[in-house]
Design a protein around this ligand. Sequence first.
Ligand SMILES: Cc1cc2nc3c(=O)[nH]c(=O)nc-3n(C[C@H](O)[C@H](O)[C@H](O)COP(=O)(O)OP(=O)(O)OC[C@H]3O[C@@H](n4cnc5c(N)ncnc54)[C@H](O)[C@@H]3O)c2cc1C
Ligand code: FES
Length: 259
Amino acid sequence: MYDVEVTVKENKRVSEVLWILSFRSPAIAKKALPGQFLQLQVTQATDPFLRRPFSVYKIKRDIIEILYEPVGIGTRILAGTKPGDLLKALGPLGTGFTPQKKKKVLMVGGGVGAAPLVFMAERYPYEKMLLGFRGKHAVLPKSEAKAGERSKWVYATNDGSLGKKGFITQLLEEFLKEPDAKQKYFLYVCGPGPMLYETARLAGEYQVDGEISLEERMGCGMGACLGCVAETKRGYLASCRYGPVFRIQDLMPEGLQCH
Ligand SMILES: Cc1cc2nc3c(=O)[nH]c(=O)nc-3n(C[C@H](O)[C@H](O)[C@H](O)COP(=O)(O)OP(=O)(O)OC[C@H]3O[C@@H](n4cnc5c(N)ncnc54)[C@H](O)[C@@H]3O)c2cc1C
Ligand code: FES
């Protein structure tokens, strides 16, 4: 794990609500695995005091990219940063997704939950990237897919303005209904609580294995403050240290709803 001062290379808007920020860090770029995250100090001022957690979205040589949505004080400051500004990055932190050799991977993401899935998709083969967004204005553009893989990206939007109208879990269920789904598929999932809950419910119903990356609110990011505990079948675990990636079957479904 490294704690490095980094210089913003680029900070660009890729949809009405999504931004990509990039900076150079050869040390983090060499070590980070899909599913791991960074604690970013978004300003050199003291407010906000706590760093904010962000999944690694892409690594291009020694450049790290973060995909984010401005939702509050820290992420709005991030949206205002310019090339040349200094940030601090701590990481890579947490556990990554487990690469699959035998099963076909279905990625299931909602909103900025797409970030760790896209990183996984950059490194490992997958069958489909199922992405849910509020509407067309909030979608991660297909130009972000690896060359030749745009047709694997399938969208659902709540208002039907792009892709299937409704929730991405409805599209997921079409795959899980296949007679050999249990033997065939493995899920990587990241997104808002209701989506995680429904995905875990479907995974249980169709007995399909998989992993969920939790985006708990975090303080220290290193297992010290217990601000990020997740309810698991092994008890309450700090998701920054024992996660953020957990086996779906290890999580208590009721605990997922409030993410
Ligand atoms: C492991 C991990 C990976 C993450 N990866 C990404 C990512 O790749 N891109 C991205 O945009 N965001 C990601 N997040 C969420 C991101 O950390 C929060 O959006 C950010 O910390 C909010 O900071 P803020 O100061 O802008 O918001 P605040 O001013 O602190 O809060 C604004 C609003 O956002 C809500 N909020 C804050 N944190 C979270 C959270 N973790 N989950 C849900 N709601 C929250 C608050 O309840 C409040 O309503 C990740 C979180 C974790 C734990
Ligand atoms: S954020 Fe402090 S223990 Fe996880």
